[in-house]
Structure formats: structure tokens, C-alpha cells
Write a protein that binds this ligand. Structure first.
Ligand SMILES: Nc1ncnc2c1ncn2[C@@H]1O[C@H](COP(=O)(O)OP(=O)(O)O)[C@@H](O)[C@H]1O
Ligand SMILES: N[C@@H](CCOP(=O)(O)O)C(=O)O
Length: 322
């Protein structure tokens, strides 16, 4: 359960009194997520999500995240929308944390990923990339190639506690990625964390996207690579090329991938693997004792990194060159 900050009933009632949402019926910590404290808030006007932003969210980025959700929703993408108080303000403070109430999305994220989910995902991701066009704020991706070295430095001295030799393997991979990382591919707004728990489905069709708190401006194909890693490996570690083919083909139908983007997928997938490996490694070593959160396994992403390191041709992802 991701609840880092406990909120008393009195605090919630006083907070909700600033909105036109009726009385608080209930407010329960949500047993999912790892980044922020989330609560299912039920009021006289129905269910909402109350989020308190925690350590990895820079408060200065919040206008970007909240504005982006409004921008995407206005372009027809189903995603949470910030709710403003009676004073017109959406971003407030609760228990010393920046806090917002957002609308509740119907649907469920898939606990067991089927190939059809990957087809829906590819289309949804491409629609997100198109819908981000015209958003006036920008946010650099702090967790792209320039951010990995400092993140690694914070865990390097303890990395071998997780796996002997891990520090050296990561150092070598970072050298490679920093030298070969592509810069001239199509870019725009990306989600940057579109894992299964952030994609809702209803009756088999994608019904909404949540958790825009890593969204930023970066390469579109990097977002595709993040999804390949998060959706196309099976629990036994094997890569499911059918899922990858469906994801990529359905993406390509909405936003065609250029030849350069296709060629870059293996290195982008390596970068995506090291990005999640490094944040998970940091969290593995630094999660505060007593925090109600299930830590994620960094080594799952070492395995994915190893897979992409031996990819020689994009056909291995089920994709043609052009
Ligand atoms: N707008 C929403 N509508 C419905 N459920 C939501 C919404 N936002 C979050 N949730 C629920 O809360 C969980 C954690 O949210 P998430 O944004 O992924 O947290 P974190 O940023 O801490 O990782 C989600 O898996 C989902 O079950
Ligand atoms: N998706 C990341 C962790 C962030 O969690 P989320 O609940 O915000 O998706 C990972 O798997 O390492």
C-alpha cells in the first residue's frame, strides 16, 4: 500500500470543506502505487481520488502535471481531471504535502495481461502522443539519459548487496547508453510510466489512463520502449513477441513509427530498462521503514536489460524495418 502520509478524519473533512463536494462519506488509503499517498475519497458527490505528493514529485512540476491532465481530457483522452475548490484552486496543501483531488476513473487495470490488452495499449499510447500536441508547458525528463548517472551514484556503493557485480554491470551499460543515446527522433509529451497499473480497461477495451506524474517532453519512441518492457515480458521472464507485435502494430496505425524510430528501439528499450532498474534499486535500498508500500524488484529490470542487450534486429520485436 502506498501511504506515506497519514491523514486524520478531521484533516480530510476540513480539506474537503473547501470544495463543493458535499460531506465526506469515507476516505481509505489505496493498496497500490509506490510514488505518492493515494486515498479513495467518497463524498456526497461520489468517488474521487485524493493524492498527496511525496518525495519524487517536485512541487514546481505540479502545474505541468495538472495542466496536462486538463489538456488531454479536453482533447478527448480519458484521464483524471483535477477538481477545483470553491475558490477555483485545484492545488492545495494537506498535512504538509501538496495535495489535489482528481476525478475517479471507471475500469480496472489488467492483473493478467492478454495480447488484446497490448493492442489496446498501443492505440491508446499513440493517441496520447498526438493529444499532447499543443500543450503549452514543458518539462524536461529528469529520468532520461542525463539523469541516470546521478541516480546510479546514489546507490552504487550498495548495489552489490542486491546482486554481486551489479555496480560494474550498470557502470558499463551507462557508458554505452551515454555514448549511443539517440537525440534526433520525434519528440513531444510522453507518459513515461505507462505500466499496466496505470491503464484501465472496461469490457476488454482501454477506458482510461492515470498517473501522469512522470510525464514530460521526450522521445515518443522511448515511451513505446517503456511499454515494451512493462507489458511484453511474461512472469517467467520470457519476451512475448506476439504482444510486442500487437502493441507496435496498433501504435503504428495511429502514429506511424519512422524507420529511425524502429532502428532505435533496442537502445531505447535498454535505456528504459536501466531507468526502472535504477529507481527500483534506489527505492529497494532507501524505502523508509514503516512506509506502507510494496517495493518493486530491481532485478526484474536487469533481466530485461540483458534481453535487449542481445537484440540485433528489430524483427526480434516483431517489427519490420519500415
Ligand atoms: N483517477 C483515478 N481513478 C481511479 N483509480 C485511481 C485513480 N488514480 C489512482 N487510482 C488508483 O490508485 C492506484 C495508485 O495510483 P497511482 O497514481 O498509480 O499511484 P502512484 O503515483 O503512487 O504510483 C491505482 O493503481 C488505482 O487503483
Ligand atoms: N512503474 C514504476 C514505479 C512507479 O509506480 P506507479 O505505481 O507510479 O506506476 C516501476 O514499476 O518501477
Amino acid at each position: 500500500m502506498a501511504v506515506y502520509t497519514e491523514v486524520s478524519d478531521e484533516d480530510v473533512r476540513a480539506f474537503v470543506a473547501q470544495y463543493d463536494l458535499g460531506d465526506v462519506v469515507s476516505c481509505k488509503g489505496i493498496a497500490e502505487g509506490v510514488e505518492n499517498s493515494n486515498f479513495l475519497l467518497v463524498t456526497g458527490k461520489g468517488p474521487f481520488i485524493l493524492t498527496l505528493y511525496e518525495k519524487r514529485v517536485d512541487p514546481a512540476d505540479l502545474p505541468f502535471f495538472l495542466g496536462l491532465m486538463d489538456h488531454l481530457a479536453a482533447r478527448g483522452l480519458t484521464c483524471p481531471q483535477p477538481v477545483a475548490g470553491t475558490d477555483g484552486v485545484a492545488l492545495r496543501s494537506l498535512c504538509g504535502r501538496p495535495a489535489v483531488i482528481v476525478t475517479f476513473l471507471k475500469g480496472m487495470w489488467p492483473r493478467r495481461i492478454l495480447a488484446d490488452h497490448c493492442a489496446g495499449l498501443g492505440e491508446g499510447l499513440a493517441r496520447l502522443h498526438l493529444a499532447g500536441d499543443g500543450f503549452e508547458l514543458t518539462r524536461r525528463n529528469a529520468l532520461s539519459v542525463a539523469g541516470w548517472r546521478p541516480l546510479f551514484a546514489a546507490s552504487r556503493w550498495r548495489a552489490d548487496e542486491v546482486k554481486p557485480g551489479l555496480a560494474d554491470s550498470l557502470a558499463e551499460e551507462l557508458d554505452y547508453l551515454e555514448t549511443h543515446w539517440p537525440t534526433d527522433l520525434p519528440a513531444g509529451i510522453i507518459h513515461a510510466d505507462l505500466f499496466p497499473d496505470n491503464v484501465f480497461f472496461s469490457d476488454g477495451a482501454l477506458s482510461g489512463l492515470i498517473d501522469f506524474y512522470f510525464a514530460c517532453n521526450d522521445l515518443f519512441a522511448y515511451d513505446v520502449a517503456i511499454c515494451l518492457n512493462a507489458w511484453c515480458f511474461e512472469a517467467d521472464g520470457s519476451f512475448n513477441v506476439t504482444k510486442a507485435r500487437l502493441l507496435l502494430a496498433s501504435y503504428d496505425r495511429v502514429r506511424p513509427l519512422s524507420a529511425a524510430e524502429r532502428e532505435a528501439l533496442p537502445i531505447l528499450a535498454r535505456g528504459s530498462a536501466i531507468r526502472f532498474l535504477l529507481t527500483r534499486l534506489y527505492d529497494w535500498l532507501n524505502t523508509p521503514t514503516g512506509a506502507m508500500v510494496k517495493r518493486k524488484d530491481p532485478l526484474e529490470y536487469l533481466h530485461k536489460l540483458r534481453f535487449h542487450q542481445q537484440i540485433r534486429h528489430i524483427a526480434d520485436y516483431g517489427l519490420d524495418r519500415s
